[in-house]
Ligand binder design. Structure first.
Ligand code: GLC
Length: 411
């Protein structure tokens, strides 16, 4: 048995490493999450009225792409249509439940794509497969699937080259024939290089589905290492996560994750070679909430401060103690060290240990020298075969990188 080699598009996707997920739709105006229609049993006739107040007055695709870039993200996956059934794109007459038929009067997917391109960010489209609007979803499923394919065909033909399609909702009818082959054939016909994902949801994390898919998903979880031995094809892995407790805007959701948590999660994903797709929920008017933007910018500053090789760096069989690990790209080996303390005067610094010798095993290379990437300080180390022990100094007073990176020079 052997490990299949990734197709070119899949290998490129893995190197994106870090992306932004955006959940935005009519529901954002209510500020109680994207499932509000379902959870509060709002009748469709009432819910639909949200289209008449949807102005997108603060939606700026370019500004969002700039925030993603500042965060160190390489791609953005936008909900072009979520379970509510409303489309942010021009459905070209498939129905009138779309952004051009609201007071916004614009094709918001076009603005999103243009904004991404201007900033060098790759646009991906999330598209629901579950639909609370179209009566065919429960009445005439075959007709619904045709409508779904026609919708996706618009996305594949109207916006130039896109990064991929991200489906979500097949878990709603597990026994049904979703005619997945026909849906993916539409994409392959127009966008042969697009990544195709179909979220397996909370109950089936990491499971590979249809062979046409390119990545497995780990919704709201810690991705586990993929065992690709003997697989029919190489699947990438992606973990999507909310920045607070909801995907769609939650006006009263104060449960934002902390910056250290987000940095560690990014590291935990890259440790196993998975992409991290971190969600933001813009307001009804289309603006990323300030706190969420600040957290994203913080992650970007961390990536810059430690020159983290999270894009090119791949797992290389090196294991450290605790959360520590290493990534390799070409001839560069980076050790990721967690939980170091700040060194300084005992009256100001809480010295809770954390510094000292850290051991890594499985190091195949002969190490010549090791230094912190953030300040260039050389570190003492010992190597015994594939076992490397680095004497990790603490953070100089005034800094704390949460996860600190030591770069090894290889012989
Ligand atoms: C779930 C939810 C959905 C969200 C998705 C993101 O499947 O139904 O609201 O879009 O997760 O992964």
């Amino acid at each position: 048995m052997s490990i299949p080699t990734p197709e070119k598009r899949v290998a490129a996707f893995e190197k994106f490493g870090f992306g932004m997920f955006i959940h935005w739709g009519l529901y954002s105006q209510l500020g109680r999450g994207e499932w509000v229609m379902n959870q509060e049993r709002i009748p469709l006739e009432d819910y639909k009225k949200l289209a008449s107040t949807f102005t997108a007055s603060k939606f700026d695709g370019r500004r969002i792409a700039r925030i993603a870039k500042a965060a160190g993200m390489k791609y953005i996956t936008l909900t072009t249509r979520h379970h509510e059934g409303f489309s942010l794109y021009d459905t070209k007459g498939l129905n009138t439940y779309d952004a051009p038929h609201t007071p916004a009067g614009r094709d918001l997917v076009r603005e999103f794509v243009d904004g991404c391109r201007a900033e060098g960010i790759v646009p991906f489209f999330y598209h629901t497969t579950l639909d609370w609007y179209n009566p065919d979803f429960n009445g005439n499923f075959k007709a619904y699937l045709k409508y779904l394919r026609d919708s996706v065909e618009i996305l594949c033909t109207e916006y130039g080259k896109i990064g991929g399609l991200w489906f979500d909702g097949n878990w709603s009818k597990p026994g049904e024939d979703w005619e997945e082959d026909a849906l993916y054939a539409v994409i392959r016909k127009h966008q042969p290089d697009a990544i195709i994902v179909n979220n397996t949801g909370l109950s089936a994390r990491g499971e590979a589905g249809n062979p046409e898919l390119d990545s497995v998903t780990f919704e709201q979880g810690r991705p586990t290492p993929m065992d690709r031995e003997g697989m029919s094809k190489y699947f990438a892995a992606e973990m999507c996560q909310t920045i607070n407790a909801h995907w769609g805007f939650g006006a009263k959701d104060f449960n934002a994750k902390s910056l250290p948590h987000l940095i560690e999660t990014l590291c935990a994903c890259r440790k196993v070679g998975a992409n991290y797709l971190l969600n933001v929920g813009p307001t009804g008017e289309g603006e990323i909430p300030m706190l969420q933007e600040a957290l994203l910018r913080g992650i970007g500053e961390w990536i810059g401060a430690g020159r983290a090789n999270i894009y090119e760096g791949r797992p290389c069989g090196v294991t450290g103690t605790g959360k520590n690990f290493a990534l390799k790209s070409g001839n560069t080996l980076h050790f990721y060290v967690h939980d170091l303390s700040v060194v300084g005067d005992g009256n100001v610094v809480v010295a809770d240990g954390g510094t000292g010798k850290k051991t890594f095993t499985g190091v195949g290379d002969k190490i010549r020298s090791v230094r912190w990437t953030d300040n260039g300080e050389n570190l003492a180390f010992e190597q015994d075969g594939d076992r490397v022990t680095i004497d990790c100094t603490g953070y100089p007073y005034g800094t704390n990188l949460v996860v600190r990176i030591a770069e090894a020079e290889i012989e």
